[in-house]
Design a binder for this molecule. Structure first.
Ligand code: FAD
Length: 368
């Protein structure tokens, strides 16, 4: 991955906010410091002269004459705020603007989405001892799964997920834990588009964090003196609503490593599907697929583009295409697309993805 992502990576590295390359099954990953991420983003936005409005929620799409999105009505503490824009980018993760504009969207596999996870940070860990005992692969091996299975089965702990990911971080004595499998109190799968499900996910997520942390402390070598430092700022949402785009990224495009002339980002990430009892991983080895520009252009409606995980992609496809580095690449591409449309007074659907690709290559994206 190149382009804007590299700039962000360098800025993070200069602050000491990015850890070394770690093994993640058949591929690799890096861990970031979330506070330094925010510092870095603030600095880049300030440097670029962006007018940022935090703590504002888009609550209505301003739709002009039929299906042209003309901006958004935001909810802020000082009251409603109208923001008019030549091009609006829906980077809400949930395709909120698409839905509010009444444009076509869909939810997961016939309404079924991947489960949320409450991430947490465990401190006071003897990390070298933990790694010596449990190995350096961040996908924990069978011995840890077996211990989880036994502890859950005996009724001593409530641990609904036994295949877990654990990452040493940039901070001494700390592990980042991707362990929980958040379901409703009645065992139902949660869709955080629903206010009740989002609330239940937060509450159940925190309860599970305590259970996993107790298990770690009691049963995993190196964690005897550990304690929970914090959870994510909110429960982690993998999937909700997708925009229905001019093109749809299909499951088979991922597995076939399909390349596309109007591809504006590359992804080698596996399909990492968190649904059911155990996450399913399908690797893409020594290969990648292209994500076409048309996956970010709505099937109907003007003045709007999507970016991030709410792109037009099938259920399993989004389980690969949603990851962070790719979201940076989408942002890089869609930012350029919106700027061209605003400057030249054209609609996003008239832009040619292949031309955008040339521009991105000139801007360091190295797609060819
Ligand atoms: C538990 C978990 C673990 C993950 N692990 C990894 C990993 O190890 N590696 C990896 O690369 N990726 C991982 N991912 C995936 C990745 O983090 C996300 O898919 C990616 O960050 C999505 O980025 P996004 O910008 O599209 O959406 P989000 O990060 O969800 O951002 C959307 C933003 O829009 C805001 N928003 C939403 N609605 C509105 C509205 N109506 N008005 C105003 N603002 C709004 C939200 O508050 C949020 O700030 C993980 C995801 C989860 C949930």
């Amino acid at each position: 991955m190149f382009g804007f992502l590299e700039r962000f990576v360098q800025a993070m590295e200069s602050r000491g906010g990015l850890g070394p390359v770690l093994r993640y099954g058949k591929t690799f990953t890096r861990v970031h410091d979330p506070l330094m991420w925010r510092d870095t983003a603030d600095a880049l936005l300030r440097e670029a002269g962006v007018h940022v409005i935090y703590h504002a929620v888009a609550m209505r799409a301003l739709v002009d004459g039929g299906e042209r999105v003309d901006g958004a009505l935001l909810w802020t503490k000082e009251g409603p705020l109208e923001v008019r824009a030549r091009v609006t980018i829906d980077a809400s993760g949930d395709a909120d603007m698409v839905a509010m504009a009444g444009l076509p969207s869909f939810v997961g596999d016939d309404g079924r989405v991947q489960n949320p996870t409450m991430i947490f940070r465990l401190q006071g860990v003897d990390v070298p001892r933990f790694l010596a005992r449990h190995g350096a692969d961040t996908i924990m091996g069978e011995s840890v799964s077996a211990a989880l299975r036994e502890a859950h089965g005996s009724g001593a702990y409530r641990l609904p997920r036994v295949k877990i990911w654990i990452f040493p971080t940039t901070r001494p004595g700390e592990l980042l834990c991707n362990c929980t499998r958040v379901m409703g109190p009645d065992g139902r799968e949660l869709n955080t588009l629903m206010a009740r499900d989002f609330t239940d996910a937060e509450i159940e997520g925190r309860l599970q964090v305590r259970e996993y942390a107790r298990f770690f402390r009691d049963r995993l070598e190196g964690c005897e003196n550990s304690f929970v430092n914090d959870t994510g700022v909110q429960v982690g949402v993998r999937q909700t609503r997708q925009m229905k785009g001019v093109a749809l990224l299909r499951n088979e495009d991922i597995l076939a490593g399909r390349k596309s002339a109007d591809g504006i980002a590359r992804s080698p990430w596996p399909i990492e599907l968190h649904a059911g009892a155990k996450p399913r991983v399908e690797w893409l080895l020594n290969d990648w697929y292209d994500v076409p520009y048309r996956c970010f252009v709505p099937e109907r409606g003007e003045g709007l583009l999507a970016a991030g995980r709410c792109l037009s992609a099938q259920h399993e496809a989004v389980a690969s295409a949603r990851v962070t580095a790719q979201c940076f690449a989408y942002g890089h591409a869609i930012g350029h697309a919106a700027a061209i449309c605003a400057k030249d007074g054209v609609e996003p659907r008239t832009l040619c993805g292949a031309d955008l690709r040339v521009l991105l290559n000139r801007d360091g994206a190295r797609l060819d």
